[in-house]
Design a protein around this ligand. Structure first.
Ligand code: HEC
Ligand code: HEC
Length: 433
């Protein structure tokens, strides 16, 4: 720089002096060329988002290897097609030893960072420094994939579904070649029945993540049935990494085919015991006493264990409810296995339950034509509802009153049958199918 400055001043002087005379200066005073050299070793690796600086060091020398002070050098991170995070851009001037030392903080994307270094006025002034950014392993987190955390298996058989996780660093970069431990241990069995025996043939599996950061395990279950014959025998499949800190994720697994979990058969009891003291009466207008008020979007979305908000509430931390993990799992399975869908809910419907009872016991007087002494026809779902004789969920519907204990139509059917018809009107909203 010093020399360039000198030349420049001389040129200016000569130009000023000679402008009238139109004379060209004969010769420039010779100077030593300066060149840029990298002191840092090329292609270093550093962790994404790394707060620990990796110094970039350069030196500018002249032809006879003396350091050159005062040269302006620009450091720019070059963007490649798929990398946008290129914020590094600095300018600095060489010191008395001809060097510049700069801190470099890796950005958050894994891959190659390239720094272009240009020294002003120097020969060979362009140098490219390659840095490899690796995942920020210390902050690694687990992400579950696939997201549905419930996997089904039959005791003693290989589970068709795999337990699959992905390991990402704090900036969502996949972490490859990391050790992952899948480990099964009981959950409900321990709490509800300590005599039940749960084991997995291979109850821990070590594996490593691939380049997408994914690892998976497929296991054979061998679980003895619970001594009380109860369901579910669900347990946790924990996934941890021995070297990385991060979240531990758990799968809920049904050890045996849970069969159909129904609102009335299974879930309603759980709500009765733990929830309806507040729902809908005391604290919230959300009504857990009936199927059609319980299964409302987005609280219960049949088949969807991700977006159904019920899963955040059917837990003991919600209002200190006394729901236990067995019950939690039942609710989760009920939602997740589509049993919350009306058609497979175990609900009483006209077609599946009620038509037979009415055809056999009521049509002799309420057929088509009806009578004697009545015009009320009951041969179809529509006729039963006609003229508001039966109103969904209405305990004062004529049909309900006539079938209540003391009602004069209750005598034509058994108590159980009368109660099913009442339940059908009151709780199941006169469901047709
Ligand atoms: C002690 C009273 C109490 C108990 C017991 C209780 N809840 Fe709640 N629940 C509330 C209150 C208050 C709210 C509203 C505030 C909130 O969202 O936390 C609520 C909200 C909810 C919601 C959200 C409703 C909406 O409209 O978004 C759901 C779902 C729910 N509870 C389910 C349950 C379930 C399932 C149980 C039983 C395991 C239960 N609750 C037990 C008091 C209770
Ligand atoms: C032996 C004849 C007979 C049988 C069987 C019978 N009903 Fe009736 N039902 C009547 C008569 C007569 C009336 C009109 C008088 C009354 O309301 O009590 C009537 C009225 C009714 C009404 C009131 C209709 C209205 O429009 O207000 C309902 C509801 C009803 N019956 C339901 C049933 C049901 C449900 C069954 C079968 C479990 C049944 N009945 C069986 C004779 C019968």
């Amino acid at each position: 720089m010093k020399y360039i400055g000198v030349i420049f001043s001389i040129l200016l002087l000569l130009t000023a002096v000679s402008c009238d005379k139109k004379e060209v200066p004969t010769q420039v005073i010779p100077v030593y060329d300066t060149s840029l050299e990298l002191l840092t070793s090329n292609d270093q690796a550093l962790a994404a988002g790394s707060g620990n600086p990796s110094f970039i060091q350069i030196i500018v020398k002249n032809e006879i290897n003396d350091p050159v002070e005062g040269v302006v050098v620009t450091f720019t991170q070059i963007s490649t097609q798929d990398r946008e995070d290129t914020s590094f851009n600095r300018t600095a001037t060489t010191n008395a030893t001809g060097t510049i030392s700069l801190n470099y903080f890796a950005d958050t994307l894994v891959g190659a960072d390239t720094i272009q270094i240009v020294a002003e006025g120097a020969v060979d002034s362009l140098v490219l420094l390659a840095l490899t950014v690796t995942p920020a392993a210390v902050d690694t987190i687990f992400k579950v994939a696939p997201l549905a955390p419930t996997v089904f298996g039959i005791a003693g058989e290989l589970i068709a579904d795999t337990f699959k996780v992905q390991i990402l660093d704090a900036y969502s970069n996949p972490v490859a070649n990391e050790r992952v431990l899948f480990r099964a241990f009981d959950r409900c069995v321990l709490i509800t029945d300590s005599t039940a025996n749960l084991s997995m043939e291979n109850d821990s599996i070590y594996t490593r993540t691939n380049t997408d950061g994914e690892a998976w395990a497929q296991v054979t279950l061998s679980i003895n049935p619970r001594s009380d014959g109860g369901y579910p025998n669900s347990f946790n499949m924990m996934v941890t990494s021995p070297v990385l800190t991060g979240d531990t994720i758990a799968f809920v697994l049904a050890s045996t085919d849970p069969g159909t979990i129904t609102y009335y058969g299974d879930v309603r009891n759980i709500f009765d015991d733990n929830c309806i003291l507040c729902h809908p009466t005391v604290a919230s207008s959300y009504d857990l006493t009936r199927y059609f008020t319980t299964v409302v979007n987005p609280i219960v979305i049949p088949g969807d264990t991700i977006n159904s908000t019920m899963l955040n509430y059917a837990v003991s931390t919600h209002q200190n409810s006394s729901i236990n993990v067995v019950e939690e799992d039942k609710v989760k399975l009920w939602i997740g296995t589509h049993n919350a869908v009306p058609g497979s809910s175990g609900l009483v419907s006209y077609t599946s339950h009620i038509k037979n009872i009415i055809d056999a016991n009521c049509l002799s007087c309420h057929g088509d034509p009806p009578g004697p002494s009545t015009t009320y026809m009951m041969t179809t779902h529509a006729e039963i509802r006609a003229n508001d004789v039966a109103i969904p969920a209405d305990t004062n519907s004529t049909l309900v009153l006539k079938l209540n204990p003391g009602g004069n139509m209750r005598t034509y059917v058994s108590d159980v049958q009368a109660d099913s018809i009442i339940n059908w009107v009151v709780s199941d909203s006169l469901r047709q199918y």
